[in-house]
Design a protein around this ligand. Structure first.
Ligand code: ZN
Length: 461
């Protein structure tokens, strides 16, 4: 926490259609559920208590069933369900996480857990990732539960712990231990809403992860007589150099075409980007979006952890290189190994490839009634078309996609929110979201809910 004394600022209460969602967002930020990856961190029970207070009127009205699940002490998730009248109708899940990543307090201009509203922006860790959406989700669930008529389909708020550390105490645990509680037929979650040209990006796919450990053998010897020795350290160096020089080839699909069409105005550049052979040379022309374009156009390989040698005076007989490899939808484990051997070339024969933990890439077709409803709502509220995109990283939505449930990364951020700005805001210093983006996301979600589950009248505030 910063020691700096903040100048007094009058915090004006938010007004307008998103007032409830903004006030809830501020409270969720103040709950400060920082997840540093250790089992005792997060303590999402604090955010769950905030949600319980927020949802209390709907619970009292008898229209909302809520359950709190605790995977470990303090690692709480809340599930709130509005039941529909028709068992055959869709059940829409709104999957939002409650935890946030740690902050570097010295990098912040304001209290990262103050939830202050200043000049139309709510400041704090998690404002963008993803507490603003969790607040929007809870607001719509409360409105629906207080509406005069029951909807045809169901609506379920899944407000979960531990997304930032992989979901072992959150969505994974819930799906494993309480599958009936999280049962939905389609879902909306985070990682959408950025602007790609005049389009609003909706995430339909996430890359997978295939960790690998390269094991490299040498021969031990005394470090005082290195001549003629076979040091694993040098061979690790050779392999690293090769990994830095050889870029896996681009594999372009429909989502790549959609990205290029949405984001690249220059027709000549667009044509180069659609050609897997000429693409790589064009990457430097893409500025701030180059890293994203590189990542979603291929399998990527990043060496992360190196090991060789244990003792100062012994030539190391063994070295290892851990690789963070991110795969595309459809990439098999065997293909990853094959790609690695191709990249290593003649060095491959001296390298043993071991498998570390991983998960497959996931995707949901944009050809579903839910995606169409999102598309219509975005058009109505933001006067913009949508573009389906692949995320380079992962989110909880993957767990639902693995169950065969269509899941999309949603949101509508204001026109100034390029993909680059979003990437910088998430997990960075001075994270904050403008009220206008909250309003857009809320207004469109009301329409999506109305269309998908036949809730003609969501309670007027
Ligand atoms: Zn997130």
């Amino acid at each position: 926490m910063s020691e700096r004394v903040e100048p007094f600022e009058e915090e004006t209460a938010p007004t307008g259609p998103a007032a409830d969602a903004v006030a809830l967002l501020q409270e969720l930020i103040r709950a400060g559920c920082v997840n540093d990856g250790t089992p005792g961190s997060g303590q999402e029970i604090r955010a769950v208590r905030v949600l319980q207070r927020f949802l209390a009127p709907a619970i009292a009205a008898g229209r909302l069933e809520t359950h709190v699940f605790e995977a470990a002490p303090g690692r709480a998730s809340l599930v709130a369900r509005v039941r529909g009248t028709d068992d055959a109708a869709p059940v829409l899940g709104l999957l939002g996480h409650l935890d946030v990543v740690p902050v570097d307090p010295n990098g912040w201009t304001r209290n990262p857990f103050g939830g202050e509203l200043i000049d139309g922006e709510v400041w704090g860790r998690g404002a963008v990732d993803m507490l603003y959406l969790t607040a929007v989700f809870a607001t719509v669930v409360r409105e629906l539960a207080l509406a005069p008529e029951r909807p045809r389909g169901g609506l379920v708020l899944l407000a979960v712990a531990d997304e930032e550390a992989g979901g072992e105490h959150g969505i994974h645990w819930l799906v494993r231990e309480h599958p009936e509680a999280v049962r939905v037929t389609e879902a909306i979650s985070e990682s959408g809403g950025m602007r790609m040209g005049r389009h609003v990006a909706i995430e339909v796919a996430e890359k997978g992860s295939a960790g690998r450990r390269l094991v490299i053998h040498g021969k031990p010897g005394h470090a005082s007589i290195p001549y003629g020795a076979t040091s694993a350290a040098y061979r690790v160096g050779e392999v690293l150099q090769r990994l830095g020089e050889v870029m896996p080839a681009a594999e372009l699909g429909e989502l790549w075409d959609a990205f290029v069409a949405a984001r690249i105005d220059d027709p000549e550049l667009a044509e180069r980007l659609r050609d897997p052979v000429r693409l790589d040379a064009a990457l430097p022309l893409l500025g701030g979006i180059a890293g994203y374009a590189h990542a979603v156009s291929r399998v990527t390989i990043s060496p992360t952890v190196l090991r060789a040698g244990k003792t100062h005076n012994v030539i190391p007989p063994l070295g290892t290189i851990d690789l963070d490899i991110r795969t595309l939808p459809g990439t098999s484990d065997a293909e990853v190994d094959e790609l690695l051997r191709a990249v290593l070339g003649e060095l491959a024969s001296g390298v043993e490839i071991r498998h570390l933990r991983g998960w497959a890439a996931t995707s949901s077709s944009p050809d579903t009634p839910l995606y169409a409803a999102i598309e219509r709502a975005v058009a109505a509220v933001a006067a913009a078309p949508t573009v389906p995109i692949m995320a380079a990283g992962g989110s909880d939505a993957r767990v639902l996609r693995e169950l065969g449930i269509p899941a999309y990364g949603y949101g509508i951020l204001g026109p100034g929110w390029s993909y680059e700005r979003y990437r910088e805001g998430v997990h960075g210093n001075d994270e904050r979201i403008d009220v206008a983006s909250v309003e857009l996301s809320l207004a469109a979600l009301r329409r999506i809910v109305a269309e998908r589950i036949g809730a003609e009248r969501i309670a007027a505030r």
